[in-house]
Design a protein around this ligand. Structure first.
Ligand code: CA
Ligand code: CA
Ligand code: CA
Length: 378
């Protein structure tokens, strides 16, 4: 890259970072910061794999079910709604909610301390009545653009303590009716992964401990392409059922509610203006970025490695074949020995001849004397 282009690139990068900081700086101080998680989260109902997350706690302290405005619950529920059947719960729930995200999904975990586990509505998928069981609810405005009512990019996700799902989405047609307080429809066929972990027994008088929901909402399922700095609005809610239908004196088809409350102390959900602003913060670590970038390239590196090994093996084998074509070591050894023997033989022969001559000369000169082998040796 040329110097001018490089300077422009870094200036642009600096400008983009300044704009991002400015945008984040404009966020309200109470904006929730949902951190990026580098460690993978397995949806298994256990939270040991959560390492970097936002956490908040809230408790049910309501004396009544509070609405968001100047209306009664009877105004927003269909005819037949039995407000007089609403009973204060036997025990008050305490909730811990955790959130984090990565490039694939938004992860939410909710730990609900509930001493009375009740869930009588079951058996059908996408059952809208599961909010009458012990359940959690999560709302998200994915574009952060809703006003008074839910719009087409807003979602409501209900997961009950039996791990049954029901998903609603803002409905454009229903939004046109002024009388519709919460214009939404179910049947979204949304892929949400969740696992429930609980301690207790359902629908009896034995005291219970808790239930825990760990869930994964793929960003693609709610039309989001996540980026650091992206702003959404969310609501976290709990539906507490502590009474059996028979104890309330109602039938399953009767319209009634149990005891809903959220982290803002409101008991009537689905109104985006009461939701909280949240921003996605953080980004993948350098290690994760490199791993992601080269996750398929390792095949090329493996191919190159195998090619190099094959070339080295080829030259090694070829070199060995050349060595095999040379004279054998035994032949060379024999040749050397013969040469050495000849030289040794000549030398020794000369030495021996000298000794024999000296011995002969000595014997001739001392023929008359008594000669011993020791004398000859000298
Ligand atoms: Ca887990
Ligand atoms: Ca919206
Ligand atoms: Ca309960």
């Amino acid at each position: 890259m040329q110097t001018g282009a490089k300077a422009f690139f870094f200036t642009f990068l600096l400008f983009a970072q300044c704009m991002l900081s400015f945008a984040q700086g404009k966020l309200q101080p109470d904006t929730i910061r949902i951190p990026y998680t580098n460690s993978p989260i397995e949806i298994d109902g256990k939270l040991g794999d959560w390492s970097n997350y936002f956490i908040t706690t809230f408790s049910d302290t309501s004396k009544q079910i509070y609405t968001t405005g100047n209306y009664s619950l009877c105004d927003v529920y269909p005819e037949g709604f039995c407000e007089d059947k609403i009973k204060v719960p036997l025990s008050r729930n305490n909730v811990a909610a955790m959130l984090c995200w990565d490039e694939n999904a938004l992860y939410i975990a909710m730990y609900v301390i509930d001493k009375h586990l009740v869930a009588e509505f079951s058996g059908t998928d996408d059952n809208p009545n599961i909010y009458l069981n012990d359940a959690i609810e999560f709302y998200i405005d994915t574009k952060n653009d809703s006003k008074e009512r839910m719009d087409v990019n807003d979602y409501q996700i209900i997961i009950d303590a039996l791990n049954q799902h029901c998903v609603f989405k803002g409905n454009l047609r229903q939004m046109e009716y002024d009388s519709m307080f919460v214009p939404k429809e179910r049947g979204q066929n949304m892929l949400i992964q969740s696992v429930i972990n609980y301690q207790g027994t359902f629908n009896d008088n034995h005291p219970d401990d808790y239930y825990l929901v760990e869930m994964k909402i793929p960003f693609a399922a709610i039309g989001m392409l996540p980026q650091e700095g992206m702003v959404v609005r969310i609501d976290i809610c709990n539906d507490d059922a502590d009474f059996l239908l028979s104890e309330l004196g109602v039938k399953s088809e009767d319209m009634y509610i149990t005891w809903p409350f959220n982290w803002s102390g409101i008991g009537d959900f689905g109104f985006p203006k009461t939701w909280k602003t949240a921003v996605l913060v953080g980004h993948p670590s350098l290690y994760k970025q490199v791993s992601e970038k080269f996750k398929y390239q390792w095949l090329y590196f493996l191919g190159i490695f195998i090619l190099i090994v094959a070339v080295v093996l080829f030259f090694v084998i070829r070199h060995n074949q050349k060595l095999r074509k040379m004279p054998k070591q035994e032949v060379l050894k024999k040749y050397v020995i013969v040469t050495s023997d000849e030289q040794s033989s000549d030398s020794s022969s000369n030495t021996n001849n000298g000794l024999v001559a000296k011995a002969t000369d000595y014997i001739v000169k001392n023929i008359s004397d008594k000669i011993t082998p020791a004398d000859i040796a000298e």
